[in-house]
Design a protein around this ligand. Sequence first.
Ligand code: NAI
Ligand code: MG
Length: 336
Amino acid sequence: MAHEICLIPGDGIGPEVAEAAKQVISASGVSIEWRLLPAGAGAIEEFGEVLPEETVRAIEAHRVALKGPVTTPIGKGFTSVNVGLRKRLNLYAAVRPVRNLPGVASRYENVDLVVVRENTEGLYSGIENEITDGVVQSLKIATRTGCTRISKFAFEYAKSRDINRVTVFHKANIMKKSDGLFLDCARKIHGEIGEGIDYDELIIDNGCMQLVRDPSRFQIVLMENLYGDIVSDLCAGLVGGLGVVPGANFGDGCAVFEAVHGSAPDIAGKNIANPLALIMSGVMMLNHLGETEAAGKIKTAYDTVLSEGNPESITRDIGGKGGTKEFADAVVKAMG
Ligand code: NAI
Ligand code: MG
């Protein structure tokens, strides 16, 4: 039976990388019926809103989505579709595996870590008020429920994959209450279900320094929303950039798979973007669906293309001369 999967192409490079991912996933032999869904500025004309109700409902019904990036205007305009979607669907856990890939040059070897980011609370919610002219406040929300469930998620994820260290990044020296609550919950969950798993905590500025100094000492890094957003891009830089880091957003009912990168307006529409991050997100999606054979096939294929290193088949961000389409074609060809 075919899986019914929602596909949000998004905007900027979104439609290009989504097309490439779709092509590769189809070629893996798995049977998928895609439900194309709108979101972002492009959805306003047709549906009158950036996150149409129809899109949210469809993901609720089908439970799994593959999503391209969506642009959020800076300093003005509509609130983030990404934040809206994560809140509406209660996608509280973002998981971003960061690993070296064969043939992809980086300053580090042996990077193999996972960023686990709380995805619904924190400063990233963008809850702001102008108190008076020239004075604004931004609210950072932390709840015991939110901090506990993300901690549980991180330790359960560690257990399910035989990962034996969880490190929390925080700033509880300054934000004693909010980050203090996050730490309380993480420690408690470690005590309850973290047997055999090392647990440590780093103040986030030091954590960033340690990451760029020796990323191999980290396995799971767990943190609140905004820190996770920033540290994810930092970690992408350790292994070759945003073109090679996938992601998944998990809730109790639904899962939305999307790359860490954004809509990259600087390279949109030029067949330059690396579709690998979204293809890898697709592999995570297939594993989630139990389609492990198809997932393995795609992984072997992109590993082969990267190892062979034909510049015509590899995108510029990782040292090649090829385009989005050429990379997708090469991966399909490598699947035989
Ligand atoms: P970005 O991630 O779109 O781009 C940062 C840099 O990385 C740019 O130089 C871009 O060309 C490059 N890059 C990104 N993805 C790439 C790929 N697949 N292949 C090759 N190069 C790639 O971040 P930026 O420019 O800060 O944000 C652009 C827009 O994306 C903003 O409106 C932002 O709100 C939105 N955004 C959306 C996300 C989502 O939908 N999940 C996530 C992050 C940002
Ligand atoms: Mg980000």
